[in-house]
Design a protein around this ligand. Structure first.
Ligand code: ADP
Length: 552
């Protein structure tokens, strides 16, 4: 900009210089001409006087080096004398404008181009008393000629003016641009200076305000996005169309074992999981991909979707969902089904075997009762197994169809004791119920199942002559149910596992006492649904105490 302004100013200065020079030269030239004419007139008067007095000898006696041309013309126009040309060759001068004028008025003057002398001349003619005319002329210098005559002075002036113009132009252009260079663009309205740029500054200010608002809004949105994605347990990665990581939430960084500050890095370099890399590559080619991948944190469903705009893939969204629990649940379900089938197969085989023997008549009449008894026991076991399985699957579904009610824990325990009195007597075990009423919010049939299974186990895994004590305690914030026995106890390594489905410490013992391996699983699940907590304290050979804390 400075150069441009400098060029403009300098050009203007040059034009002003050139036009001034021409004007001045023209004025000087015309003044010079006027003074020449005046001088020529004076000279013509003097010469006329002399020629009148002395005639031709005067003219012939003149110094040949004088500046002006002198022509003496007779009254008929014949040239009598000319100090520059040969009079013989000269034509009649009567028709010359100045001569005609002098003949008429006594004095004449004209300016014209002389063909004879090939220059522009000023002519002054004076009528002499004898009727002849004396004409003086001098060449009229052109402006160019005048300038050439003064070339050294003019050159000096031009150089001086050029230097001055150059210096002034530079200074001026810098001065003009200075306020623009010093503009504070951060605060456009704080600038004072050119009034002409105020609209521009106001526009700038308004645009800056808009930009600031947009930037704040963008930051806010980015913050919201980060807050949302940060709290996601699912992994989320956003990539651009060249596979550069634009956003990655902490879950995804952890799952893919990359540093969270890998933004801007190439995903194929940062990520070391080949399955995920293959999915992302295909998504970048425009194909949506989903696959269960094995990550260090477990099994994850990785979904890579291309993001399109106007038919072009301009990014990829990668989502990682935890499917470990789902897969574990499926695995458990498969195992459970296999276990149930297996558990059912044994009594079924036994029943079928006994019935076949009875049908073929191979069983003596005396053993018929024993065989029938065996068939009854096996079918009872199947009934128990099927009812436990059904109960468990209802609990798996969250027991949503079961009704909650206020229940007296003591009453429920009394019912369980009542149901177990006969089996306990058979096993030679005594049951005691202690404590007082304790009302809790619970699902009655679930509570009964919990109480029955705990008390049943305490009887089943007891010793002849042993005892079972059920105690109910009503505390301020909870109700306590304690079932303790003096039975065989559970070894520490089995204390966690007894709550697994179909897990039995001693399978044959459990079967002998009619166990299905599902009782404690029902207890554990039921307790979870009721929001209660269970403690197990057991010592092999001494007995087991199970305490359940019911919230009030
Ligand atoms: P089961 O139908 O076999 O009794 P449970 O789930 O109720 O199945 O119990 C799982 C296993 O835990 C039992 O087979 C038994 O070995 C052990 N067990 C449960 N309760 C007691 C207890 N009170 N004393 C000793 N062992 C117990």
């Amino acid at each position: 900009m400075t150069t441009r302004i400098f060029r403009c100013i300098f050009l203007v200065a040059l034009m002003v210089l050139a036009s001034s020079l021409i004007f001045v030269m023209w004025v000087v030239h015309s003044r010079f001409m006027q003074s020449e004419l005046a001088q020529l007139k004076v000279e013509a008067s003097l010469a006329s006087q002399a020629v009148t007095n002395e005639g031709l000898p005067y003219l012939e006696g003149l110094d040949n080096t004088i500046d002006c041309r002198i022509t003496w013309i007779s009254a008929d126009g014949t040239v009598l004398y000319d100090n520059r040309s040969d009079t013989v060759e000269m034509e009649n001068h009567l028709q010359r404008e100045e001569v005609r004028q002098a003949l008429e008025e006594g004095y004449g003057q004209s300016t014209r181009y002389s063909g004879t002398l090939m220059a522009r001349y000023i002519y002054v003619a004076k009528l002499l008393p004898d009727g002849s005319i004396l004409r003086l002329s001098t060449s009229q210098g052109s402006v160019l000629g005048l300038m050439l005559g003064m070339w050294d002075s003019i050159l000096l002036v031009i150089i001086a003016v050029l230097a001055l113009s150059y210096w002034l132009s530079r200074r001026l252009s810098r001065e003009v641009v200075k306020p623009l260079n010093e503009l504070n663009l951060e605060m456009p309205l704080a600038n004072e200076g050119y009034e002409e740029i105020q609209p521009l500054l106001r526009q700038l200010e308004s645009q800056q305000r808009q930009l600031r608002a947009q930037s704040t809004e963008l930051k806010q949105k980015q913050k919201e996005f980060n807050t949302v994605t940060r709290s996601l347990s699912e992994g989320l990665v956003l990539l651009n169309n060249s596979g550069t990581i634009l956003s990655i939430n902490p879950s995804a960084a952890k799952l893919l074992e990359v540093t969270p500050n890998c933004l801007g890095a190439d995903f194929s370099v940062a990520n070391r999981n080949p399955s995920v890399a293959a999915l992302v590559e295909q998504a970048l080619r425009g194909e949506k991909q989903e696959q269960t991948v094995s990550l260090s944190a477990g099994q994850y469903l990785a979904a890579a979707s291309p993001v399109r705009s106007e038919g072009q893939v301009f990014g990829v969204v990668l989502l990682l969902f935890d499917v470990t629990q789902k897969q574990q649940a499926e695995q458990l379900r498969r195992e459970f089904t296999a276990n149930v089938s297996h558990e059912l197969k044994t009594p079924l085989h036994a029943i079928s075997g006994y019935a076949e023997l009875m049908k073929s008549g191979l069983v003596p009449q005396s053993d018929m009762v024993t065989f029938s008894e065996k068939i009854y026991q096996e079918s009872q076991r199947m009934v128990q197994l099927v009812s436990d399985t059904l109960r468990l699957s209802r609990l798996d579904e969250g027991a949503a169809d079961m009704q909650w009610d206020t229940v007296d824990l003591y009453d429920a325990a009394k019912q369980a004791v009542h149901e177990l009195t006969a089996p306990a007597e058979l096993a030679g075990v005594t049951i005691h119920l202690e404590g007082s009423s304790a009302y809790i919010r619970a699902i009655p049939q679930l509570l009964s199942a919990i109480l029955f299974n705990l008390a049943d186990n305490a009887v089943k895994y007891n010793k002849p002559g042993g005892s079972v004590t059920i105690r109910i305690e009503d505390r301020a914030s909870e109700a306590l149910l304690t079932v303790s026995d003096t039975g065989i106890g559970i070894a520490p390594e089995n204390q966690q596992r007894v709550f697994e489905r179909f897990y039995r410490v001693d399978k044959s013992h459990s079967k002998a006492v009619g166990g299905t391996g599902l009782g404690l699983s029902i207890v554990k699940h039921g307790i979870q649904i009721l929001g209660a907590r269970l403690d197990l304290d057991s010592e092999v050979g001494k007995g087991t105490t199970i305490t359940v804390h019911f919230p009030k």
